[in-house]
Design a protein around this ligand. Structure first.
Ligand SMILES: Nc1ncnc2c1ncn2[C@@H]1O[C@H](COP(=O)(O)OP(=O)(O)O)[C@@H](O)[C@H]1O
Ligand SMILES: [Mg+2]
Length: 1079
């Protein structure tokens, strides 16, 4: 909801002077001061804005402020210049009413700043877009350019506008700016050549010298030093808080934005430089023959430089400073100029140069900012004209300026009153006349065509004969003496004859803003604004485009003998045009007030403000405004604001607003004289009535606030309670639901449990039966299946492929084995037990069988072989076997015996008759009979003996006789000793104590040693229980001969022919047998 605010809210003092109560000058000033002290620099008088210059920057011109005031009603927010600008802009845009903003006030009161604020506000709130922004920018940037050339520091204002400015800003139907036109009024050109004490020349001179680059200055033939220029006052060349150099850059930049070409800027600067140079030209008198002095340029250097700058022929200008040509009726008369005339001419040229340059600048800017389309535009005019001025020394300029202000005051009075009057008529309210000072008489005094001061001045200027400022004053004295606002010492009005504050050379005018004393000196001159034709022609001849343009009257082809219009005339004319222009527009007033003379913040000089309030007619303004009714307000906001004061209108009024207000007023019992009903507004006569309404409203607002609070609190509590209650119900419902749910689930689960048990029991019972039944069926089926299976398998086994492999395998195996065995049978090796060959095995899997078969075969053929043996042969082999057991690898003789069969009876004892006797002596079968050598123990020589072996004895018998020499039972034989060598010696050792042992052991040698010893052993072993007969094989053994023991030692002898071991007795104890080596 939009919050409706009002000017009346949070007021400091009163925001609108109309509401001031009581209305006196003192209360008025006090209200201004009160507001000023609280930084409220703006105050209204109805729709007029009073603006106090704060002389410091306040935070009330921010973009946020712009937004705040945008599209708000005038009285809605606290007074502000933005409110006025907004109002003006909106009625221009929405109601198609051309507007003008009239800013008045004395010098330094803040007019120029106010005009810029208005322009910037409008620029901020109007439409946006590339083209529009460019226009806005150009309009805004025209200010710095004009200020540089048209403003100067004065004692009242560091940035005082020395020209009047009216700017029309043109808008299209949408309210977007499309261009503008600037009019300028009377530049104070006397300042160019002379400035009052403490003041400066126009800013641009200082800016150029401080801010231009060295290069630029060189081109302009200038020096940075201010003191080098006569036209620049030095005592305040540098102003605090004014950065000339920076401002110069701003100006250059602004010129560029506005659309000045680079060469145009250059030309302008050249002209500025030329003015400075001109000031430095000095003259000296030169006596002439006719007794008159003639002026001559003193130092031609400056002249030369200036001429170079402007492209003027030096001699032409020089001549123009010495002679003056007067043309009258086709006659040309040339007179010389004296020094003071030359100075006058110089200064006139400088002033003209500068003021024409200024006018050209305005024209040039206008060219740039001119609206492009020709259609009708809505216009907002901003008037920032120099304020009312009262100096110590007031001259023609002040007169003109003050005249202008009179005119503005006039228009102000006219328009405000007319406006007021129109409103009353519009609203159908009875109009009551009000007393106020109308300055029309003063305007008349000045501008009256017959006897106005300006008219007199012109008359005097045109009058032939000697005319001076004094003659002009005389004229005034005669013509205006009767006027009540004109004062002069010499007037017929004797009143002033003794007034010493009024010098003789002066006249005084009682302006609406106070009395001003004008010194007549220079009035004529300034009004004439004369520039010798020689000078303008010299300028026209210049080879400089801009200069030529500025002095068109110098064109010799257009010699115009008519006098140019006087300055006063021109001004009056332009002011007239301006006034007519303003009258067609809707006026908006900003009345600037200066709080102090020190240009200082926070100082409020009572008397100064009082003076301004008086001459600005602000009190009258308020009075006029209040004459009928002090306060007026449209019905709707009024009803909105006060409707709470009456039951019928509160809170809403349903009918038309006017009726609502009527009901309201009736209810409040406001006396009927105190207000009147207009067509759209209510008019309140006395501010007191309004304030009492406000008072009531405030009281009511408090009650309403309490009521609202009460209702709100009640509502809040109740809502809270209802919420609690609703919540409680919800909680209870949820809880119940939860409890029931829980109970239900318990019952349900219990039921399910019981049900499931019972179902389980039943089911299990059925299951058991079914299982049993099933098992029976299964058993029967299984049995049947097995039976059928067996049957079928039996029947079909042969067809089973699974057996085929095995079958084929066994068949093949059979075949292989058959083949193997048959092959083996065919290739059987020899039956000889010693045959080593055996066929190779054909298959590896037969490996073991093959080996096994080989060994079986071998055993079998050995068995076969053995089975062919007779007992005798068997015995022979047994003997041979035994021989091998005894001697193999022990005795060297053995290998040779292997091949010899054991014949046993080599002597054929029983057949040979020779041995008949011996044979018969033997009662036992002779197992062996052979010839041996018995070694003689004495010499080792052998004696042949027959050796017989029977089952129980061995016998030694004489070879020739057969006589038994010794018979030894086998059990008496203890052991047999032989050598390891290839000899036939052997010793038969007897057991000690046996019968045969008396003769001692036998040392024998035989060719059949192996056989003898083998048989001895076999027989000895079987015959007696003599299972072990030791056979000792070694190359050294002891033999028991009778008593002695002799050692028999076998040595290797030299090989000998034939059989050859020989035995020799070496000593008693040693018999050495030498055995030839077999090698
Ligand atoms: N609204 C304002 N805020 C701050 N300073 C201001 C304001 N108005 C004026 N001034 C100060 O006062 C000086 C004079 O104002 P200016 O507008 O030039 O006066 P005028 O045009 O009436 O002679 C300015 O240079 C500025 O310093
Ligand atoms: Mg100004």
């Amino acid at each position: 909801m939009e919050v409706k605010t009002s000017l009346l809210d949070n007021m400091i003092g009163v925001g609108d002077m109309v509401l001031l109560e009581p209305l006196t000058e003192d209360s008025f000033i006090e209200n201004l001061r009160n507001r000023f002290d609280h930084n409220e620099i703006y105050t209204y008088i109805g729709s007029v804005v009073i603006s106090m210059n704060p002389y410091r920057s306040l935070p009330i011109f921010t973009p946020e402020k712009v937004e705040e005031y945008r599209n708000r009603n005038f009285y809605e927010l606290s007074p502000h210049i933005y409110a006025l600008a907004d109002e003006a802009y909106r009625s221009l845009r929405d109601q198609d009413k051309d507007q003008c903003i009239l800013i008045t006030g004395e010098s330094g009161a803040g007019k120029t700043e106010a005009s810029k604020l208005v322009m910037s506000y409008v620029a901020a709130v109007c439409g946006k877009g590339q083209e529009v922004n460019k226009v806005k920018e150009q309009l805004l940037q025209s200010n710095p350019v004009l200020e540089a050339f048209g403003n100067a520091k004065t004692v009242r204002n560091d940035n005082s506008s020395r020209f009047g400015k009216y700017m029309d800003i043109e808008f299209d139907f949408k309210g977007d700016p499309v261009g503008g036109v600037i009019s300028n009024y009377l530049l104070e050109k006397s300042r160019v050549v002379k400035q009052p004490r403490g003041e400066r020349n126009f800013h641009i001179f200082y800016q150029l010298l401080s801010g231009a680059s060295d290069d630029t200055l060189r081109k302009l033939k200038l020096d940075r030093d201010f003191s080098k220029y006569n036209y620049l006052s030095l005592d305040s060349a540098n102003v605090n808080g004014l950065d000339d150099a920076a401002n110069f850059r701003t100006v250059r930049n602004a010129m560029q934005i506005v659309g000045f070409m680079e060469d145009e800027v250059q030309s302008v600067l050249e002209l500025v430089a030329a003015v400075l140079k001109l000031g430095n030209i000095e003259f000296k008198p030169e006596s002439r023959s006719n007794g008159y002095d003639e002026s001559r340029v003193k130092d031609k250097n400056d002249l030369k430089e200036m001429c170079e700058l402007l492209g003027i022929e030096q001699s032409v200008l020089e001549r123009a400073f010495s002679y003056r040509t007067v043309e009258a009726k086709l006659e040309k008369v040339s007179t010389t100029l004296n020094v003071s005339q030359a100075y006058y001419a110089r200064d006139a040229l400088a002033k003209n140069l500068y003021s024409r340059l200024f006018s050209w600048l305005v024209t040039r800017i206008n060219e740039s900012i001119k609206a492009q389309s020709k259609t009708r535009h809505k216009v907002m005019g901003v008037l920032d004209i120099y304020g009312f001025e009262i100096f110590e020394d007031n001259s023609f300029e002040q007169f003109i300026i003050n005249y202008c202000n009179e005119k503005l005051q006039q228009i102000f009075i006219e328009l405000t009153l007319r406006e007021e009057q129109e409103e009353y008529i519009r609203e159908d309210i009875e109009w009551t006349n009000i007393e106020y000072f109308n300055n029309a008489v003063i305007c008349d005094l000045i501008e009256n065509n017959q006897n106005g001061i300006l008219a007199m001045l012109d008359e005097e200027c045109l009058r032939p004969g000697t005319v001076t400022d004094i003659t002009f004053l005389d004229k005034l004295n005669t013509v205006c003496a009767e006027h009540q606002h004109f004062e002069s010492r010499l007037s017929k009005n004797s009143k002033f004859l003794t007034d010493h504050s009024l010098p003789h050379s002066c006249f005084r005018i009682q302006h609406y803003a106070g009395k001003v004393l004008y010194r007549v000196e220079g009035f004529m001159d300034k009004n004439n604004d004369l520039l010798y034709r020689d000078l303008s022609q010299a300028m026209y001849k210049a080879n400089h485009k801009l200069i030529k343009q500025l002095f068109p009257e110098g064109n010799p082809a257009k010699v115009n003998l008519k006098r140019p219009p006087t300055a006063g005339f021109q001004f009056k004319h332009s002011v007239g045009t301006l006034m007519r222009n303003l009258q067609t527009k809707n006026p908006n007033y900003i009345r600037c007030v200066k709080p102090n003379d020190k240009k200082a913040p926070r100082i409020f000089t009572d008397s100064l403000v009082r003076h301004q309030v008086a001459y600005l007619g602000l009190m009258e303004n308020v009075r006029v405004r209040r004459a009928g009714y002090a306060y007026r307000q449209a019905y709707e906001p009024c009803l909105e604001r006060y409707k709470m004061l009456c039951k019928q209108t509160w809170p809403h009024w349903k009918g038309p607003t006017r009726e609502g207000v009527e009901v309201l007023m009736a209810d409040l019992q406001v006396s009927t004289e105190e207000f009147a009903y207009g067509n759209s507004k209510i008019f309140i006569r006395n501010p007191r009535t309004l304030f009492s309404l406000e008072e009531k409203r405030r009281g009511c607002l408090e009650n309403l606030a309490a009521l609202i609070q009460k209702i709100y609190r009640g509502w809040k509590c109740r809502t809270h309670f209802l919420l609690l209650k609703r919540s409680q119900v919800v909680v209870a419902a949820w809880y119940r639901r939860y409890a029931q749910q829980k109970k239900y689930t318990q019952i349900k689960s219990a039921t399910i449990m019981v049900q499931s048990y019972s179902r389980g029991w039943k089911a299990r019972k059925i299951l058991r039966e079914l299982k049993h039944q099933k098992r029976c069926e299964e058993a029967a089926t299984t049995i049947a299946a097995y039976w059928h299976g067996t049957q079928v398998r039996r029947e079909y086994r042969k067809f089973f492929r699974a057996n085929a492999g095995r079958k084929i395998y066994s068949f093949i195996m059979q075949r292989l084995m058959q083949k193997y065995f048959l092959g083996l049978k065919r290739d059987l090796p020899s039956m000889s037990p010693i045959g080593g060959s055996w066929p190779t095995r054909p298959y590896r899997f037969l490996d073991t069988a093959h080996t096994e078969l080989r060994s079986i075969f071998h055993h079998w053929r050995c068995k076969k072989y053995r089975s062919r043996f007779t007992d005798e042969r068997k015995a022979v082999f047994e003997e041979k076997l035994q021989a091998s057991e005894i001697f193999k690898d022990k005795k060297a003789l053995y290998p040779s015996s292997v091949g010899q069969p054991f014949r046993g009876d080599y002597l054929e004892i029983s057949k040979n008759p020779k041995y008949q006797k011996l044979s018969s002596a033997m009662d036992e079968k002779v197992l062996l009979a052979d010839m041996v050598n018995k070694i003689n123990r004495a010499n080792g020589k052998g004696t042949a003996r027959i050796f017989l072996l029977t089952k129980n004895n061995f016998v030694l018998a004489d070879q020739k006789t057969g006589q038994v020499k010794a018979s030894v039972p086998l059990p008496d034989l203890a052991s047999i000793s032989v050598s390891t060598q290839n000899d036939g010696f052997f010793a038969l050792k007897l057991k000690e104590g046996s019968a045969g042992a008396t003769k001692g052991d036998f040392l024998l040698s035989s060719e059949h040693l192996i056989e003898i010893i083998t048989k001895l052993r076999r027989t000895g072993a079987t015959a007696v229980n003599h299972n072990h007969l030791d056979i000792d094989i070694s190359d050294e053994f002891l033999v028991q001969f009778k008593q002695d023991k002799v050692c028999v030692k076998f040595v290797q002898g030299a090989p000998k022919n034939g059989n050859g071991a020989s035995c020799k007795r070496k000593n008693n104890r040693l018999l050495e047998v030498s055995v030839p080596s077999t090698a």
